[in-house]
Design a protein around this ligand. Sequence first.
Ligand code: NAD
Length: 518
Amino acid sequence: MKTHTSRNPADGSLLAELVPTTPDQVIQAFDRARAAQRAWGALPLSARAKTLLQLREVIIQHTDEIVELITQENGKPYFEALANEVIPSVDMLTFFAKKAPYALRDTNLPLSIMKHRQSTLNYWPLGVVTIISPWNYPWLLPLGEIMMALVAGNAVIFKPSEITPLIGLKIQAMCDLAGFPTHLLQTLLGDGILGSQIIAQRPNKIFFTGSVATGKIIMAQAAEYLIPVNLELGGKDPIIVLADADLDFATSATLWGGYTNAGQMCASVERVLVHESIVQPFTTLLSKKTALLRQGPSHSRSNDLGPITLEKQKKIYDSQLQEAKAAGITICAGGQFSEDRRFLQPTLLAGKALETLSVYQEETFGPVLPITTFRSIPEAIEKANNNRYGLLASVITRDLALGEQIARQIQAGSVLINEVCYTAGLGETPWGGLKDSGIGRSHSLEGLKDFVNIRHIHKPRAPWLTFKSLWWFPYTDIQYRTFRLFLELYRCSWLKKLAAFPHFLSAAIRLIKNDKRL
Ligand code: NAD
């Protein structure tokens, strides 16, 4: 039987050989998921939320082995596996366990005219949802969506990236230990072909995180069956450093924003826009700090950057760096692969010509930071927005009011003032982008609503308030006149409203008195 391998990107060592899921198993998985979902979706929200807290407990008990596995299979440093994957997932479980019962409770809508009737929003599960995820945050990204899907009452068919299947299986094992019903979450292993076979089973919704190219393929396939999709795609996130910024703070923020997870993050800083008055000292200090970063294999506990996880990314770095070199761009730091080509040094590029190059325009998804300048705030905003992505942006300034004024003009899903990247790991705040960065939101109570159907229930406030509506058949002259006068009550001028009211009232009384409605 054909197997699929999982390898440590730091040294290429074999971690496991796995048997991919077969097409027949995909069909069976959906049948089981639909059966499991019926019982789970009928449970009260509080019971589902309680299971999230059990999962939280299981994760905390198994943290060390989870961190070890993330480090081995994805390559990121231990600290990042703990601080940027496991801890945010535990925090998110706490948030959704606490808030989902409140956010998904029935909500009454105030009605302005139809006072005798009541409208209620009732949130109910979508059914079986599919979560397809990438390799760069292989624990936090899928688990964040899995917990929202499950607490909302859905079953989940989860396809982790073929690069990090063991971490996917670990999520499954932790959920099993936490006591989620059998087959409520099922992890299927394979590549894009399996992803396509999963979609062909018509899940009730697809939550996809990955590249723009794959997102478009998934959306096209989903369109065949009219399956709704949430797409969390790429980014080319700018950081705007204003002239008043503290240089030490601004360079440290840029350093972490650009190089955490070796830059393999959709929310990475990938364009550095610095006011021209401070660009020289900024670049000098950032170069010094970049040179101090320690890069090394995943078994070392004292590395800041790990290896490049995905082989095919290296071609992108090669081509972007070659183009930059040919254009005469200054390499202020890094720029070289290790001898075995498993590591790319954190790389800092500077030069005006950068702005037309692919390293500045297209997603790099690696430890490469291009620095460019601006003269005025409108120019900074224009440059920040002049890109096909719109995921996240940062502004660094001592003037928070000005920072917020700029933030309100940036075309991005999130704008952080004096911070970088990290809100991708917050449960409370929405995550998602616009333009080529995708469709929909996850995380937050807004994002949670993407995991449910909304049912609107409309009823009389009491049985005796059940009567035929004035707009029912048959249509009559007096009915038309009453409704025409009713429209006058929407006039801006109070005088006109008041003038129309008695005419409307007498017409309405006449209409009701002569009621011949069928
Ligand atoms: P990718 O698109 O190559 O793969 C993502 C997932 O899609 C994998 O599980 C893959 O097997 C699956 N897939 C591939 N082809 C498919 C198909 N035809 N049908 C169904 N599934 C298919 O992306 P990647 O290399 O794993 O991840 C890197 C990309 O993800 C970057 O562009 C990055 O910006 C983006 N990303 C975005 C976010 C976000 O929140 N916006 C977060 C992380 C990563």
